[in-house]
Design a protein around this ligand. Structure first.
Ligand code: FAD
Length: 262
């Protein structure tokens, strides 16, 4: 007979492992299943760091979510010796008419965040590693910074297991059947059922959702990354912020690989 859970989480990467952690913390009987063993090198979470900000250029509605997330990151940081968050500050800049930059500035004002609006020459002066032309504008959020994405998953994983969640790794889900009041999930090796299902399979979401006839308009997109050697005097992490540049309707984001990291 297949084992039954209150919730099965499909994919235990950034979203899925966090969901499993918070469900288990609430005492919900949870199984997380992943095709690999997160953190791993094939997920969207792979790599050292991810920028996190509260004055989000993506839209004002994100600001309360980002502020709530920051509280939860801070709590997670208190529960683990691994580094979760580093407060580097983040500067966002782009052309003066950039909607993204303007929204970040407006978000700072509307939610009374510690966000400074800066002209190009002020940015150039404050961080000599940046050289912007005069037609650019930006803002600096001192409380923003970087998350250590793989450490976050490790901390969620440990906490979820301590609170009784189960995790099945290296076992891809092959089939999902939605029944009247439950879901049946078949992996390569076993079958499980649950009252509720959380699909958190990242770049694979479309395939899984298509298979259960939930045809949502989602499209995975490739994010190109590059590592550059840098001048430690100009760019060392205790004096240089993470940054986001709007460039021809696309982002350039950068956070630093810290000194002493591999
Ligand atoms: C290069 C890069 C830079 C980024 N920079 C930032 C940034 O600075 N700030 C920011 O906020 N965000 C950033 N992001 C986005 C952020 O990293 C992602 O939004 C986040 O990691 C997505 O998490 P996820 O759980 O959806 O996916 P993942 O972490 O990839 O987790 C999905 C999991 O599902 C599993 N899975 C898939 N299919 C199956 C299956 N059939 N059966 C079982 N398991 C399955 C996978 O193995 C994987 O572990 C960046 C992303 C990239 C790629």
């Amino acid at each position: 007979m297949s084992k039954h859970y209150e919730v099965i989480v499909v994919g235990a990467g950034s979203m899925g492992m966090a969901a499993g952690y918070y469900l288990a913390e609430k005492g919900v009987e949870t199984l997380m299943i992943d095709a690999f063993d997160p953190p791993h090198s094939k997920g969207s979470h792979s790599g050292d760091t991810r920028l996190t900000r509260h004055a989000c250029g993506e839209g004002l509605d994100y600001v309360p979510l980002a502020l709530r997330a920051q509280k939860l990151w801070n709590t997670l940081q208190q529960q683990t010796s691994e580094r979760i968050f580093l407060n580097t500050g983040v500067v966002t800049f782009g052309p003066k008419d950039s909607l993204f930059v303007q929204t970040a500035i407006n978000g700072g004002r509307e939610y009374d965040l510690n966000v400074e609006t800066l002209a190009a020459d002020e940015i150039n002066e404050r961080w000599p590693g940046i050289t912007l032309p005069a037609d650019q504008i930006g803002c600096y959020e001192a409380e923003a910074g970087i998350l250590f994405s793989e450490n976050c998953i490790r901390a969620f994983k440990r906490g979820a297991m301590q609170n009784g969640a189960e995790l099945k790794t290296n076992d891809p889900i092959m089939d999902i059947e939605i029944l009247e009041d439950s879901a049946k999930v078949s992996t390569n090796s076993e079958i499980f059922t649950a009252d509720k299902l959380i699909i958190a399979s990242g770049a694979w979401n479309k395939k899984i959702l298509d298979d259960i006839n939930l045809k949502l308009q989602i499209q995975p997109s490739r994010q190109t990354i590059a590592w550059f050697n840098s001048d430690d005097i100009l760019y060392k992490s205790d004096g240089f912020p993470g940054f986001l540049q709007m460039y021809q309707r696309t982002f350039i984001m950068a956070s630093l690989r810290l000194m002493g990291q591999g």
